[in-house]
Design a protein around this ligand. Structure first.
Ligand code: NAD
Length: 473
């Protein structure tokens, strides 16, 4: 169980029987082996998805919606088990998992209904003697590639919109966290027709690249790192496939001198260390007004120091381990290099001795705009804080970054909030908050954070093509 691929409604080992180990990050122990797929496995899955496309795409929006609402029912009914698997495989504390499960259940509900609202906007006589209309049609087989930080949540974003629009999908979960995708496939067996939803496990450089290069895959949707996004875009270019990329982030948190400092600190305590900071929109790059900077840093340091870290199965734990030893090396490397370059760590800054991949909640100050820790995505429980003299500089620093996924601005001045919201070059801008998302609103980045939107009707539209039909009469 939970070892084989799911293709055409059947579980199958990878051709040749290759597997990858699955590790519990809280202990560092191997807890299972999962299929490590090759191009041959991907080909079987894509062929199954291609064969299933005719029937699935021919269903009416109502018929697909009814089936996808059944999917939502099944996910909701099995939230407990799926949560436990996610905690085991990602090291998520049991105390935090409810939030993302609630969100993804709502996402399924939303996508199930949203497929009924697709429309072409024009219908009429734009040339005498002709009637034109616009059709919005599904594309075919979509290759969806998910990351490890929110395996089931991101799989939902990679599955719901394409399926709702009438496409069939081959999903490749991260090789580090395949369990919930495989369990979802088992749970949905018999609900979605065979071949509509397939799961192929394996590594990015093998199974992932094979999916991107497959000639019968018409679109690839990736949530992952910038490096993976660039590789996907390159490999997709030979066949000019559509590409949808949700990549990294480095979210600025601009705290003006008139902001409610207590609210900002409370938000960062909750959200910067949520999922051990492994969140593409995590508030991680504070740009604080020079008058409030010192007070803010003192309060944030206390708040970060109070986060309860440790065993994810303990109900009191707020922050668990990082996902892998590689991620632990990555995060500690960023902080160590920042300190070598002259930064000060006011709290944290160390790994925890013993088993598992634990790193302390950390705050780093005394960093300048060009420094690596300000410019690069750390993807761990680390917040940098800079002191900024004025609004113009705050906006310039916030935008002076290769990423453009999410940002927040904290101020009681409405005019300033509006100016910043307009000027910030990020896919989401929050004012006096940071993190809330809703199914109805788009999520997606600018610049190296990628392109395409997850969630909202815009996401469903992205998995369709527009066709102009012109009738002479
Ligand atoms: P990753 O890029 O290492 O892997 C993501 C997925 O892509 C995995 O399934 C992996 O096997 C696959 N992959 C890797 N290289 C590939 C290639 N060359 N071709 C095809 N597939 C390939 O990312 P990760 O470490 O799993 O996730 C963390 C990253 O994801 C962070 O950068 C984070 O910011 C980003 N992320 C973004 C969003 C968003 O909505 N923008 C959400 C979550 C995570």
């Amino acid at each position: 169980m939970l070892t084989d691929n799911y293709i055409n409604g059947e579980t199958r080992p990878a051709v040749g029987g290759a597997t990858d180990p699955v590790v519990n990050p809280a202990t560092g122990s191997v807890i299972g082996e999962v299929a490590s797929s090759s191009a041959a496995d991907v080909d079987t899955a894509v062929k199954a998805a291609a064969a299933a496309f005719a029937e699935w795409s021919a269903k009416t929006p109502r018929e697909r919606s009814e089936i996808l609402h059944q999917v939502a029912d099944i996910v909701e009914e099995n939230v407990e088990e799926l949560s436990q698997l996610e905690c085991l495989n990602v090291g998520k504390p049991v105390s935090i998992i409810e939030f993302e499960m609630d969100q993804l259940c709502d996402n399924w509900r939303f996508f199930a209904s949203a497929g009924r609202f697709l429309e072409g906007k024009a219908a009429g006589e734009y040339l005498e003697g002709y009637t034109s209309m616009v059709r919005r049609d599904p594309l075919g087989v979509v290759g969806s590639i998910a990351p490890w930080n929110y395996p089931l949540f991101m799989a939902t974003w990679k599955l719901g919109p394409p399926l709702a629009a009438g496409n069939t999908v081959v999903l490749k979960p991260s090789e580090l966290t395949p369990y919930t995708a495989l369990r979802l496939a088992e749970l949905l067996d018999g609900v979605l027709p065979p071949g509509v939803f397939n799961v192929v496990c394996g590594r990015g450089e093998t199974a992932g690249v094979a999916l991107v290069e497959h000639p019968d895959v018409v679109m690839v949707s990736l949530t992952g790192s910038v490096a993976a996004g660039k590789s996907v875009a390159k490999h997709a270019s030979d066949s000019l496939k559509r590409v949808h990329l949700e990549l990294g982030g480095k979210a600025p948190v601009i705290v003006f001198d008139d902001a409610d400092i207590e609210a900002v600190v409370a938000n960062l305590r909750d959200n910067s260390f949520y999922n051990t900071g492994q969140d593409c929109t995590a508030p991680c790059r504070v740009i604080a007004g020079s008058r409030v900077h010192d007070d803010f840093v003192a309060r944030l340091t206390d708040a970060a120091g109070s986060v309860v870290t440790g065993d994810p199965t303990d109900a009191d734990t707020e922050m668990g381990p990082l996902v892998s030893d590689g991620q632990l090396d990555r995060v500690s490397g960023f902080v160590d290099r920042a300190v070598d370059a002259g930064a000060e760590v006011t709290v944290g800054g160390a790994t925890r001795a013993g088993a598992g991949f634990f790193y302390e909640p950390s705050v780093v100050v005394g960093v300048d705009q060009a420094s690596e820790i300000v410019q690069q995505e750390v993807f761990g429980p680390v917040i940098s804080v800079q002191s900024v003299p004025d609004e113009e500089t705050a906006l310039a620093w916030a935008n002076d970054c290769d990423y453009g996924l999410a940002a927040s601005v904290w101020t009681n001045n409405v005019g300033r909030a509006m100016r910043m919201a307009k000027g910030l070059h990020f896919g989401t801008v929050w004012v006096n908050d940071h993190i809330p998302i809703v199914s109805e609103m788009p999520h997606g980045g600018f610049k190296l954070s990628g392109y395409g939107k997850d969630m909202s009707l815009y996401a469903v539209e992205h998995y369709t093509e527009l066709k102009h039909v012109m009738v002479k009469h």
